[in-house]
Design a protein around this ligand. Structure first.
Ligand SMILES: C[S@@+](CC[C@H](N)C(=O)[O-])C[C@H]1O[C@@H](n2cnc3c(N)ncnc32)[C@H](O)[C@@H]1O
Length: 211
């Protein structure tokens, strides 16, 4: 049952292409009086009549925007799924839980594993986006590791770390711009990935233990 006071809906928009967004998200966007998200996410809904607020990466600004519009129905768009390294964590701490509803989306890990025909039953799904996680000591415990990356903690730095630690032969799968027309998936061992020099925007990485 929908709570009457619920006026913030966080929607996962999947990897980005409109074909991978659930219908329920479009219904929420239609209802929205305020639509909040990164530019990439807002651009998906050019026909929405809601007030559009671009999230600039500063959670203090996001909190202010939501407080100022608390009398309106707000939809916050997040990439991938709401439950995997999204603004959900910040929003549920900043606002009463009863005001927030979540609509899941297809995560970048689901999309990339599916594209590769692989499963993630014994995978570690984690992130080095904006944070330094020591993923090397996790390699022994899982069949594969999935990592969200950023421009600093990128696939090249992952490859360098693997090589330095003697894992240069481990396969890496780099998913760039997943779901978009310029999607590219590179499948090479770390020893080869490390030679590539490219843009590190919008990339997700799987490291696979040799069979
Ligand atoms: C803040 S995290 C959000 C993760 C998201 N909640 C999810 O479930 O995938 C942003 C990171 O997700 C990954 N990502 C999101 N969209 C992507 C795409 N289309 N292609 C590749 N990686 C993507 C990148 O690693 C990016 O730096």
């Amino acid at each position: 049952m929908i709570n009457e006071t619920m006026n913030i809906c966080i929607c996962g928009i999947g990897p980005g292409h409109v074909d991978y967004i659930y219908k329920a998200v479009f219904a929420e966007v239609d209802k929205a009086q305020v639509l909040i998200g990164g530019k990439r996410q807002l651009d998906i809904f050019p026909h929405s009549s809601a007030i559009k607020c671009v999230f600039d990466g500063k959670t203090a600004h996001l909190k202010e925007t939501i407080q100022q519009n608390s009398h309106l129905y707000m939809v916050v768009l997040v990439s991938g799924d709401t439950g995997f390294h999204s603004l959900r964590r910040f929003l549920v701490d900043a606002f009463p839980k009863a005001n927030i509803k979540l609509l899941p989306g297809i995560s970048s890990f689901q999309y990339l594993y599916a594209k590769l025909g692989m499963g993630y039953e014994n995978a570690l799904l984690t992130s080095i986006h904006g944070t330094d996680v020591d993923f090397i000591n996790k390699l022994a415990d899982y069949d594969s590791l999935f990592l969200l990356t950023d421009s600093k903690n990128n696939y090249k730095s992952i490859a360098n770390r693997l090589i330095d630690c003697g894992y240069g032969h481990y396969m890496m799968f780099v998913g760039k711009n997943l779901s978009y027309p310029n999607e590219e998936i590179i499948s090479l061992p770390a020893n080869e990935i490390f030679k590539l020099d490219d843009s590190f925007l919008l990339c997700s990485v799987i490291i696979k233990k040799p069979n």
